[in-house]
Structures are given as structure tokens and as C-alpha cells.
Write a new protein. Structure first.
Length: 225
């Protein structure tokens, strides 16, 4: 399970973010100040991503970012209550991964968290040995296992590989021919209808999650969004 540290002085906002992250299947650490954030980060070197406000108690978020960057490449997403172009540039200069302006849109923030984690996990193909999640679905590549809200979903090898490919390339459309060559192999003598049959079966196994996120792009192929 990926571990995310949320450093936000506003308790309501902090709890809102944490609740959304937990729904997505992440383990969350809630912090309300700069020094405590640094202590928590030092104490736990397995933090995968940090979400923090640019203004924190006792320490600037930007200064904290500079310190963390000397220790780790973990993605850092800033939230700004009083956003400005100058502040945004300062955040990126300090080593920020992303900068989110208030008023906060939780759905967009969750999407940016997913993108940030995907980028860092796919670096040097590390994602092949990691656990990551999206909207309650967890892909565990250690165990070659899929679960939705902690319920294991039994998949065939091809179903797993297709779902992994689509989910780790969120929003990208893959043609039937692309999936056929990549999953079945270039020497496969069947037709693209094999992909449609597998996708229908996969969507059925994934239930409501599959209905929401596994999208048929007519005339092209499939994507997860």
C-alpha cells in the first residue's frame, strides 16, 4: 500500500483530503505543521508522496520542500490558499512536483496524485514491482493480484496484463491491434475480436468499478479513466 503524508493546517481540508486518499486505497499520515512533517518524514523513510500547504505552522512549506529534496525524490504536491505565479515558480524551484490552487477540487487533486505516483513508479520500470491504486482498485505486482475495496478479484494472466497496461497509462487509448500485439503476441493468428471478448469479461469481473472506469472508445479501442 502506498503511503502519503498530508500536511495541512486546516483540519477540515486535511480530513477531506485524507478521506479521499483512504477511499483510493492509500495509507495516510495526517500532519498539521512544518516541524512535525519533517519529524514524521525522518521517522518513516517509506513515504511515497507528500501533499502540503505552502503555508505551514512554524515553517514555510517551500523551505520544508528544500530540506526534503536533500533527502528524497518523493513527489511533493503543494496546495496554495493564496496562489500566485511567483509563489508557483518558487515551489517548482524548491523541487515541487505539482502546484494546486484553491479553491481545492478533490477529484482533480486525486488525479494529480495518481499521475505523480505513476511518473515516479514508472521511472526505471520500478512500477513493475510496486503496489499502486486508483479509486479503490489496488494492483499488487508483488503478488500479481488485483483487489477492489479489499476484495480479491481473480483474473487470468491476459486480463491482469491488459488491466495493468490500461490503468498504468490512465486516460490513454489503446487500439485493439496494439493490445492484441502486446498481450497476445505478434505471432497470434486470431482477430481483434479476441480483445473485445476479453474486455467484456474483464469489465464484468470488475463490476461497478469496471463500468465506471473501463471505457470503450468506439472506432478506436479501450482506456481506463
Amino acid at each position: 500500500m502506498l503511503r502519503i503524508l498530508v500536511s495541512e493546517g486546516n483540519q477540515t481540508v486535511r480530513e477531506q483530503i485524507s478521506s479521499a486518499l483512504k477511499t483510493q486505497g492509500y495509507e495516510v499520515f495526517e500532519i498539521d505543521g512544518g516541524y512535525e512533517t519533517l519529524r514524521t518524514f525522518h521517522a518513516d523513510n517509506k513515504i511515497d508522496l507528500i501533499i502540503m500547504n505552502t503555508k505551514l505552522n512554524a515553517m514555510s512549506g517551500i523551505e520544508l520542500c528544500k530540506i526534503i529534496r536533500k533527502l528524497s525524490e518523493a513527489p511533493i504536491i503543494f496546495i496554495s490558499n493564496n496562489p500566485s505565479d511567483d509563489e508557483e515558480l518558487q515551489c517548482f524551484d524548491a523541487g515541487a512536483t505539482d502546484y494546486v490552487r484553491s479553491p481545492l477540487n478533490i477529484k482533480i487533486l486525486m488525479h494529480r496524485v495518481y499521475i505523480a505516483l505513476t511518473r515516479i513508479l514508472t521511472k526505471d520500470n520500478v512500477i513493475e514491482s510496486k503496489v499502486f491504486s486508483f479509486d479503490g482498485l489496488i494492483i499488487n505486482n508483488y503478488a500479481h493480484e488485483i483487489s477492489i475495496h479489499e476484495k480479491i478479484i481473480p483474473l487470468t494472466s491476459k486480463e491482469y496484463r491488459v488491466l495493468f497496461k490500461l490503468t498504468s497509462n490512465l486516460g490513454r487509448v489503446f487500439t485493439r491491434e496494439h493490445l492484441l500485439d502486446d498481450i497476445w503476441g505478434y505471432d497470434y493468428v486470431g482477430t481483434a475480436r479476441s480483445v473485445d471478448t476479453l474486455m467484456a469479461r474483464l469489465r464484468g469481473k470488475l463490476g461497478q468499478w469496471g463500468e465506471r472506469h473501463v471505457i470503450t472508445v468506439f472506432g478506436m479501442g479501450y482506456k481506463v479513466e
